[in-house]
Design a binder for this molecule. Structure first.
Ligand SMILES: Nc1ncnc2c1ncn2[C@@H]1O[C@H](COP(=O)(O)OP(=O)(O)O)[C@@H](O)[C@H]1O
Ligand SMILES: [Mg+2]
Length: 407
């Protein structure tokens, strides 16, 4: 409904008149519901919408408000969203083109569409309004958010990730970030069309996955690491058994033989956490052919390297780093934190023996995601790792270079 004239509707939504109308409509709806003891949560969305429309018409007539039919419908629709869903951001949550929603206090809302972040004309009434919406998102998950627990990281039933942080920790009002879960992960064809990868690179990676190459996908936040890991995991032959380990189960493998494990944060007393390291160790006892770790970021790095070195060929993971060299340094750093006590050369040797291929992805300033390089680990040269780019993206020429012939 009311999808025509979006500009007019947005302008109306932003007017002060609308804000005060909405507040009084909302108050009247709430008092109706309470007086008549209506159980609107058992109603269908349509029924709630009709109820909202009736109530809005009544308020408008009673108060002789100067607004037209279209504006009444906008108000009713928003009132329904207030009652049932997530208020001013409901339509953003429903919009499949929106991949991320970020709320920085009541008056600043951004969304990401097709890789680009932009401000949207959406606002909340005040801090309390934002907090109410956050509470409504968290309530079914059994998670709390208040002054004593002012930040929450959670996963919605549909796989979307939610992070909320409120005052007094957040100084400029309550903040909410939602990274929506894509219902259909990007396919090889999608990535080709988006210019994220070339056919040659795809063919090469396909071959390496079939050959059970141990590989690691490297990139910054939101660069598309998990998306690529998901794609590569699809190519694991059906007769191989996969165990996946993630902090929040994001991977969607269409594979007949996969066991999915998810870490558990500590409870309120700070106990009973189940870490990625626990899970990698356990996975090794589950007779996996390959282990796929969503992201290495802690002491599981040592167990992962060991798994890769001991017969679980074709294992894959992602790592947060800006380039291939940084990735190696970060692996060393994580191994150090994890209590690795050999010398640097031995660690290089272990890393070099475990990891055979690094795929570096990047989010460019125009929002596009690109495979920047595909790099082979050849072995050790003295104390250093010897690596060679097989493919490289040249940003100046906007060209993907195939370096296989050069070798
Ligand atoms: N190649 C791509 N082109 C456009 N958008 C992409 C691409 N890969 C991923 N995305 C989108 O970018 C966001 C982050 O992707 P994700 O794979 O989770 O990144 P990371 O794991 O590096 O944080 C998601 O919304 C995803 O749909
Ligand atoms: Mg990721």
């Amino acid at each position: 409904m009311i999808m025509n004239a979006p500009d007019q509707n947005e302008r109306f939504r932003l007017s002060d008149q609308y804000q005060s109308l909405k507040a009084s409509v909302h108050a009247s709806l709430i008092s109706q519901i309470e007086e008549r003891n209506l159980d609107i949560y058992s109603w269908t969305a349509d029924k709630v919408e009709r109820f909202a429309l009736d109530q809005v018409r009544r308020v408008v007539t009673d108060q002789r408000l100067p607004i037209n039919q279209r504006e009444i419908e906008v108000l009713a629709h928003d009132a329904r969203n207030e009652l049932l869903g997530f208020g001013p951001i409901q339509h953003l949550i429903e919009d499949d083109d929106v991949s991320d929603i970020v709320v920085n206090g009541p008056y600043s809302v951004f969304v990401e569409r097709a890789g680009r972040l932009s401000a949207v004309p959406v606002r909340f009434n005040n801090d309390a309004h934002v907090i109410r919406v956050i509470q409504r998102i968290l309530a079914p998950l059994g998670r709390r958010l208040d002054e004593s627990t002012p930040m929450v990281d959670a996963r919605l039933p549909d796989g979307s990730r939610v992070n909320a942080i409120i005052p007094p920790i957040a100084l400029d009002g309550p903040c909410l970030s939602i990274r929506k879960f894509r219902k259909n992960p990007l396919s090889a064809d999608d990535l080709l069309k988006l210019g994220s990868i070339t056919q040659n690179e795809l063919d090469y990676l396909y071959k390496r996955v079939s050959m059970r190459t141990n590989l690691i996908i490297v990139g910054g936040t939101g660069s598309g690491k998990t998306t690529f890991l998901n794609l590569l995991s699809q190519w694991v032959p059906d007769n191989e058994r996969i165990v996946t380990i993630e902090d929040a189960a994001e991977l969607r493998l269409r594979h007949p033989h996969v066991v999915r494990l998810e870490t558990r944060p500590p409870n309120l007393e700070g106990e009973r956490a189940i870490t990625a390291r626990d899970l990698v160790r356990n996975a090794l006892r589950m007779r996996p052919d390959r282990i796929i770790v969503g992201e290495v970021r802690g002491d599981e790095v040592l167990d992962m390297l060991q798994a890769m070195n001991t017969g679980h060929d074709g294992s894959m993971t992602t790592l947060h780093a800006n380039n291939v060299r940084d990735a190696i340094s970060r692996l060393e750093l994580l191994a150090g934190f994890a209590g690795y006590n050999g010398n640097e050369a031995t660690l290089h040797g272990q890393i070099g023996a475990a990891i055979q291929l690094l795929v570096q992805v990047s989010r460019l300033s125009n929002g596009q995601r690109r495979v920047m390089s595909i790099t082979e680990v050849l072995g050790m040269q003295g104390r250093e790792l010897l690596m060679r780019d097989v493919f490289r993206y040249d940003p100046d020429a906007d060209r993907h270079l195939d370096l296989r012939a050069a070798a």
